[in-house]
Design a protein around this ligand. Structure first.
Ligand SMILES: *[C@@H]1O[C@H](CO)[C@@H](O)[C@H](O)[C@H]1NC(C)=O
Ligand SMILES: [Zn+2]
Length: 284
């Protein structure tokens, strides 16, 4: 384990917002998933997690991959699709995920590595769980499955007189405002609110959020691809429809709320289902 000091120092200089939902978004999906784990699976998860600071839970390890010091993992947080939002949106796995090096390929990779049938050591399984937890969040951020480089260079304003990028609006600013205004700046309250939606408002549809068969690990991509297609479609339906000098904190923010809520809920729900099935297989 590297020293905490280094992680802390590193965390101060990196800008997490360019590479995923910001910490809060990932913590929310980790928190939701943790609450939906079966008790035996929660025990297995706690045994896999090596770093004591995470208290054997997914919540605080979920942002880890944004701080991982591996250059090779940077491209695993997203998929640059070859489309042109908001006019055209599509995902073409072979073209957009060369050598499986994108968020869809990474989810498949780390699910297989976490599987009890794999003979990886404790360090690698811990790493697989951390990457998987993180990427399950990233894949529901529409701009992580987008053309035009996910909006990292696309101008936008959240407040009228402050320039930013579309990507930062989605990684960070919408979430920050939502948590501050509606949940006393406490991401756990936001996560609890979403858990409640999963049990009520979303209950009729959650079944359709997840269609994986963990006994068919080679076929895993079949269940992951639709998640990327769903996120990607959001870019044409909503994300890229705005004007550069509009203050996105107004109308756009209001309309983005249900999309962000559902994305975070889906990420947490799917992660829990996946882990519940994967880590309760015989041989675990
Ligand atoms: C799969 O995981 C290994 C171990 O972390 C890593 O070296 C490799 O780049 C990963 N590939 C993908 C596509 O995620
Ligand atoms: Zn990320």
């Amino acid at each position: 384990m590297k020293s905490k000091f280094f992680t802390l120092l590193f965390g101060l200089f990196i800008i997490p917002s360019v590479i995923g939902w910001a910490d809060q978004g990932h913590q929310i999906t980790g928190y939701i998933a943790q609450k939906l784990l079966n008790p035996e699976v929660a025990n297995r998860v706690a045994k896999i997690i090596q770093e004591p600071a995470y208290h054997g839970q997914l919540t605080d390890l979920a942002p880890w991959a944004d701080y991982a010091k591996y250059p090779w993992s940077k491209e695993l947080h997203f998929a640059n699709t070859h489309d042109n939002p908001p006019d055209t949106c599509h995902v073409d796995y072979d073209h957009d995920c060369l050598g499986d090096r994108c968020v869809m390929g990474a989810i498949v990779n780390y699910t297989r590595r976490l599987d009890c049938g794999s003979d990886l050591d404790a360090f690698q399984r811990d790493e697989a769980l951390k990457f998987l937890t993180h990427f399950m969040g990233d894949i529901t951020q529409p701009l992580h499955v987008s053309g035009k480089m996910g909006g990292v260079r696309t101008k936008a304003r959240f407040k009228k007189n402050k320039r930013t990028t579309l990507h930062i609006v989605w990684d960070l600013l919408i979430l920050k405002k939502r948590t501050r205004e509606d949940f006393h700046d406490d991401f756990k309250l936001y996560a609890e609110f979403l858990l409640d939606k999963i049990r009520n408002e979303y209950a009729h549809e959650v079944g359709s959020w997840y269609a994986c068969n963990v006994n068919d690990l080679p076929g895993l991509l079949k269940c992951v691809l639709p998640w990327s297609v769903e996120s990607n479609a959001m870019n044409c339906e909503f994300v890229w429809h705005y004007s550069e000098d509009e203050a996105l904190e107004d109308r756009y923010y209001q309309e983005s709320k249900p999309i962000v809520d559902k994305s975070l809920a889906e990420a947490g729900y799917r992660l829990a289902r996946l882990l519940n099935e994967l880590l309760s297989k015989s041989g675990c």
